[in-house]
Design a protein around this ligand. Structure first.
Ligand code: HEC
Ligand code: HEC
Ligand code: HEC
Ligand code: HEC
Ligand code: HEC
Ligand code: HEC
Ligand code: HEC
Ligand code: HEC
Ligand code: HEC
Ligand code: HEC
Ligand code: HEC
Length: 426
């Protein structure tokens, strides 16, 4: 009945007109309009247009196939302001459907989310229920055709966070994060590999309670990051928690690193990519300035600076997640383990070889007196050479100045005199 009426909008319109005209004489029966009533006008692609020519067409078949359609939900279950409508045409502007009456829990989470709050504050871009779910074609999230299916979310969130125009116009934080994500190991595993265990946007952000990273209640607030990544990378989370960096987090020291400082949030790369490994060295150096400076002075550091991760990076000697002070017997650079650590690459390394200090700092006397004094000597030599040439140049300069002054005071040469005579004649 519904679809056949939709195919015959003219006839249906006439029928409706008669029923409405009839109702004007006898008091109207207070029955809610049926879907067919609405589809009479809205089911026809050509005539269902607004004054400004934008479409108000509703695809009856598609609605019928949606979850709500299959359940037999009427149009006015959502468009409640027409539930008792008896007059056609109805008002031009209708209220936005309120999904919260039937879905109170997602609606409550949404209301306190960054998207809900943004809408409440009157800003017009943030996601509504319909931006993520659609309106007349909603499917269960487990259905591969659903907008909220795990593999489809980057596209759904990407309507805004992956759309350069929207990102720029609404100043969306982080820029086009979807493009970064697509290029990451997670994005490729999800979108190319079709791997359901790879994370999609909602795995880290949640679906309805998405919050700004600056909000302490956000799943991606800095201090919650190891927990979020640890949902899947449980082993790494435990290693991290045991090490000195994890300890900083437990002690609320904001100067310690969390997963995203070294890996980034959306542009996570395979950990054996040498470009990334060399980048991480720089990242370690943002906090350990002295260690990176001394490291840069050594062979390992100079070669990695050229982009070769084959040579030892910080993590080759200290480990990546379970970093510890040298004094800790479990540290790979502790005296008990250092030979084994060098041996990972230097097959023949022995205790003597391991005495080579990878952080040789020639400005500190105590650990390496010979290096210190050699350094001091080189500094003195450098200073001496510069001083000698400095004084030499200074003396040369004063001598030159004196000579010029003498030349100026001496009687003018013959050529100069002739020139002055010429200009006087002209
Ligand atoms: C007699 C034809 C007709 C019938 C019947 C009809 N509509 Fe409409 N409807 C229109 C037209 C025309 C517009 C466009 C109004 C405009 O913006 O110019 C419209 C607009 C709408 C809009 C958009 C309103 C907005 O704020 O932009 C909704 C929602 C809507 N109708 C829902 C319904 C529902 C639900 C029913 C059934 C209860 C229904 N309509 C019945 C003709 C009809
Ligand atoms: C599950 C709730 C729900 C049901 C059921 C529903 N709608 Fe809607 N409808 C919406 C939402 C949500 C919007 C979009 C509002 C927005 O984006 O501002 C909408 C928008 C519309 C519009 C405006 C044009 C558009 O597509 O954006 C029309 C017309 C409309 N609905 C008609 C109908 C008709 C006819 C039916 C029954 C066949 C129906 N709706 C059933 C939720 C519903
Ligand atoms: C930013 C996108 C987004 C917005 C906005 C959004 N949802 Fe969802 N919703 C999702 C995703 C994604 C899922 C799939 C479940 C998951 O991944 O956790 C989901 C699942 C659901 C479910 C089924 C699972 C459940 O939690 O019961 C319902 C019902 C639902 N949403 C209703 C709503 C309603 C109502 C609103 C508006 C108040 C809304 N959603 C707003 C993304 C969104
Ligand atoms: C009149 C009540 C009613 C209204 C209004 C309503 N829904 Fe539903 N919706 C249901 C029922 C009932 C189900 C099926 C049971 C369930 O899964 O919660 C459902 C299911 C869903 C699901 C699928 C849940 C899943 O299993 O993945 C989503 C998503 C959803 N609704 C979103 C919306 C959105 C968005 C709106 C507003 C545009 C809306 N609903 C309005 C009653 C309603
Ligand atoms: C593996 C977990 C993870 C996944 C998957 C993920 N994010 Fe994020 N996202 C984060 C973390 C962690 C932050 C906080 C970054 C920070 O503190 O610098 C963040 C930040 C953001 C921000 C704010 C950016 C900023 O710099 O202020 C947006 C917007 C965002 N994510 C959207 C998305 C979208 C859209 C997707 C899906 C394509 C997605 N995220 C997938 C973990 C994730
Ligand atoms: C219809 C557009 C739209 C869609 C779809 C959308 N967002 Fe947003 N999102 C926004 C806007 C706009 C803001 C900024 C709100 C504000 O601050 O006023 C925002 C803010 C955010 C933030 C907060 C960033 C920060 O740290 O300040 C995160 C995280 C985020 N969105 C993630 C998501 C995820 C995940 C999805 C999909 C599940 C999604 N968004 C879908 C428009 C959208
Ligand atoms: C929903 C589960 C899930 C979450 C949450 C998650 N990951 Fe992953 N991650 C994976 C899977 C699955 C792979 C393997 C993908 C592949 O190999 O194709 C992976 C791969 C990685 C890799 C590359 C590993 C390698 O072998 O080189 C790194 C690094 C990584 N994730 C870091 C993170 C960080 C940091 C976070 C938190 C911001 C995070 N992951 C959150 C599932 C997850
Ligand atoms: C201080 C920097 C740093 C922090 C913090 C960090 N990682 Fe790593 N991560 C690395 C480095 C470096 C590697 C490469 C290790 C290697 O090649 O031996 C790595 C490797 C990985 C791998 C690949 C498996 C492996 O061990 O080689 C995963 C997965 C991973 N990290 C996830 C995480 C998660 C989850 C967190 C937060 C709990 C985290 N990382 C925190 C630097 C870090
Ligand atoms: C965001 C800043 C930050 C980053 C990035 C960072 N660290 Fe640390 N690291 C710390 C802090 C803070 C401590 C604790 C220092 C303390 O207790 O004196 C620490 C402790 C250590 C220790 C133990 C030394 C000690 O004195 O306890 C080692 C080794 C270490 N980090 C190595 C690394 C390596 C290797 C990387 C890169 C893969 C790295 N760190 C990246 C902040 C950082
Ligand atoms: C070839 C191996 C090697 C490499 C590469 C290396 N280190 Fe070290 N690191 C050591 C050894 C051995 C020690 C202990 C000797 C010392 O303190 O000078 C040490 C000490 C440290 C300490 C002090 C630990 C403590 O307990 O006081 C920090 C912090 C540190 N390294 C950070 C880094 C950072 C950051 C990088 C990369 C820029 C790096 N290391 C590269 C071997 C290495
Ligand atoms: C990740 C691998 C790796 C680790 C671990 C490593 N190195 Fe190296 N190191 C190299 C490579 C590669 C070279 C380049 C030398 C070459 O081409 O033979 C090098 C060069 C050197 C050199 C200068 C060149 C030479 O052979 O005379 C010294 C000294 C050195 N390493 C000491 C150490 C010490 C001490 C340790 C342990 C604390 C260590 N390395 C750990 C990879 C490593």
């Amino acid at each position: 009945m519904m679809t056949s009426l939709a195919r015959m909008p003219v006839l249906a319109g006439l029928l409706l007109w008669f029923s409405v005209a009839g109702a004007a004489q006898t008091p109207p029966a207070p029955s809610a309009p049926s879907n067919d009533d609405c589809l009479m006008c809205h089911g026809d692609k050509d005539s269902a247009v607004r004054a400004d020519k934008t479409s108000v067409h509703v695809d009856a078949e598609r609605y019928g196939a949606s979850l709500h359609g299959q359940m037999g939900l009427t149009c006015v279950a959502c468009h409640t302001d027409l539930a008792t409508a008896a007059e056609w045409p109805h008002a031009e502007k209708l209220a936005r459907p309120d999904c919260s009456t039937c879905h109170p829990e997602p609606a409550a989470h949404y209301a306190s989310s960054v998207h809900g709050q943004s809408r409440q504050a009157g800003r017009k871009v943030a996601a509504t229920c319909a931006s993520c779910h659609g309106s007349h074609d909603i499917l269960p999230s487990k259905d591969p055709d659903s907008r909220t299916y795990h593999l489809n979310l980057p596209r759904t969130c990407g309507q805004c966070h992956g759309n350069d125009a929207t990102v720029a116009a609404a100043h969306l934080p982080g820029g086009n994060v979807v493009r970064s994500f697509e290029d990451s190991i997670h994005g490729r595993a999800l979108l190319k590999g079709g791997l359901l265990v790879a994370p999609s946007c909602s795995s880290c952000h949640g679906a309805h309670d998405v919050r700004a990273k600056s909000d302490p209640a956000s799943q991606v607030a800095r201090t919650n990051v190891p927990e979020v990544c640890g949902r899947c990378h449980e082993g790494v989370k435990l290693q991290f928690a045991r090490g000195k960096h994890g300890e900083q987090l437990q002690q609320d020291n904001p100067r310690g690193p969390v997963c995203i400082d070294c890996h980034s949030a959306h542009h996570i790369q395979r950990s054996d990519m040498s470009v990334w490994q060399v980048d991480v060295v720089r990242e370690c150096g943002t906090c350990h300035q002295e260690s990176i400076a001394s490291y840069r002075d050594t062979f390992h550091g100079q070669v990695t600076a050229l982009g070769f991760a084959r040579v030892a990076t910080c993590a080759s000697c200290h480990g990546a997640h379970d970093v510890r002070p040298q004094a800790d017997p479990a540290s790979p650079v502790n005296d008990a383990n250092i030979v084994a650590t060098c041996r990972k690459c230097h097959e023949g390394a022995n205790a003597n070889f391991a005495k080579y200090n990878p952080h040789a700092n020639r400005h500190h006397r105590d650990p390496m007196p010979l290096l210190y004094y050699t350094g001091q000597f080189m500094d003195l030599l450098l200073l001496g050479v510069f001083s000698f040439f400095g004084i030499h140049t200074g003396l040369w300069f004063t001598k030159e100045l004196r000579l010029r002054r003498q030349r100026r005071r001496a009687p003018p040469a013959k050529a100069d005199k002739e020139q002055r005579d010429d200009s006087g004649a002209a």
